[in-house]
Design a protein. Structure first.
Length: 424
């Protein structure tokens, strides 16, 4: 089903409600934004709406109630957007109460305002944090939709990074307002669809990091549907595959995995190795802290592996993986090779990231840590595409249906059938 683009929606001098994902990493001490990648990536849609002299109210989230450190108002985002756009983006510390409604009523063509952080509303988070299973049509009764929808002519969603959230601000306005998706939505979907459906071959997936449920969710799908020719495992994912293939990595690793419930992934890893023996690679050597505290490396075949942790891969693994990356037609990256924030353990991530940036293949980087590693170790422009999404990207590549995509498709169906907001 075709999803409508904002260029196909009547927005000239109209009042537009725009849902963005400008959720940004925050320094826990200063509460300042440390990376404005998502804010910058939202600019093309905003610039288009300014050109169209639309009156735009932005709704967005920052942090969530499970992580209070990042749950802050959107004032800073408004300031950053004002700087980047070279025009005032006002901030109203109210999501949909009288102050927000007044601000929207007074909004003139060409003006922009950001309303309060939607994550301060229980109804926005209950659907995923407390599993209150509301369908999009039922969400039209929520306070945010009842209060804001009557004030607007149209709704645009350019928040692909939150596409996995079945929240009213993401999926319910489509039920009551003519709607479309913004340009970042289409950029993200087409980069990921290319990796998934028609990747230039050979297609290599570098999967690592500590969130191994992400890596495993994706692995099942890209191995079984043939998207991945080779999977290079690093980080904790790499350790799990070593254990699955019968290596013993000592009590430090065993305890680390057990404490986090990650030992549950050893059995699935064993099954993948049995089903796809030629398509999954794991590290040949690992880095560890030597007696004097410095970095040391050891082969995984050694009889005298240390009992601690292995915060990075070793240089033989880097060399072998670099050779695969250099020949790849597509390289998809999610999850660093080690604890790259510490210089002692940065080698694996640094050298692989630089190799990917220099490789001729089509490269897609996704996930917060992988994007940070890209800016840290190489020029992000050398990657073919940097995805703003984390959780949404993983679910998309795992073959799961995303609530936002379902909502946008439903909007198109309603338009064709002349129902919902299109009923005459
Ligand atoms: C993200 O950071 O992945 C998106 O902004 C969605 O945030 P969430 O995982 O808190 O819903």
């Amino acid at each position: 089903m075709k999803i409508k683009s904002m260029q196909e929606l009547e927005v000239h001098r109209k009042k537009v409600l725009l849902r963005l994902d400008i959720n940004s990493p925050i320094d826990p001490k200063t509460k300042k934004i440390v990376n404005d990648n998502r804010i910058r990536k939202s600019l093309p849609t905003l610039e288009y709406l300014i050109e169209q002299e639309a009156a735009v109210a932005i709704i967005a989230h920052q942090g969530d109630t499970l992580d209070y450190q990042n749950l802050i108002p959107l004032q800073e985002q408004a300031e950053r957007l004002s700087e980047l756009l070279g025009r005032e983006v006002a901030y109203i510390d109210d999501v949909c109460g009288p102050a927000a409604q007044d601000a929207v009523r007074q909004l003139k063509p060409g003006e922009l305002v950001i309303l309060g952080n939607v994550r301060y509303l229980t109804e926005e988070v209950s659907s995923f944090e407390n599993s209150v299973p509301l369908e999009a049509p039922e969400m039209t009764d929520t306070w945010i939709v009842r209060s804001l929808a009557p004030l607007f002519d149209a709704y645009i969603n350019d928040a692909f990074a939150a596409a996995h959230r079945n929240a009213p601000s993401m999926v319910a306005f489509q039920e009551v307002l003519p709607s479309a998706a913004g340009s970042l939505f289409f950029d993200e979907v087409s980069a990921l669809a290319k990796v998934m459906d028609a990747p230039p071959r050979p297609a290599v997936f570098l999967l690592g990091g500590a969130k191994i449920s992400d890596a495993f969710g994706m692995m099942e799908q890209v191995l079984s549907n043939g998207s991945a020719d080779t999977i290079l495992t690093v980080g904790v994912t790499g350790l799990v595959f070593l254990l699955a293939d019968g290596y013993s990595l000592g009590s430090g690793v065993d305890e680390f995995l057990k404490k986090r419930g990650l030992d549950a992934f050893i059995e699935p890893a064993r099954k993948y190795l049995a089903d796809y023996p030629d398509r999954i690679r794991y590290p040949e050597d690992l880095a560890y802290e030597g007696k004097d505290g410095s970095r040391a490396e050891i082969s995984v075949d050694s009889d005298s592996l240390p009992q601690g942790l292995f915060p990075d891969i070793g240089s033989r693994t880097v060399k072998a993986y670099k050779a695969v990356i250099a020949e790849a037609g597509t390289i998809f990256v999610n999850g660093p090779a080690g604890v790259f924030e510490e210089p002692k353990w940065e080698n694996g991530t640094r050298d692989l990231w630089r190799a990917i940036a220099d490789a001729p293949g089509y490269s897609v980087v996704g996930g917060g840590d992988s994007v940070s590693a890209t800016s840290r170790f190489t020029d992000p422009k050398k990657m073919s595409y940097i995805c703003t999404a984390g959780g949404a990207m993983v679910r998309f590549l795992s073959g799961k249906r995303l609530p936002l995509i379902a909502a946008m498709e439903r909007a198109s169906e309603q338009e064709q059938a002349g129902t919902g907001p299109y009923a005459t």
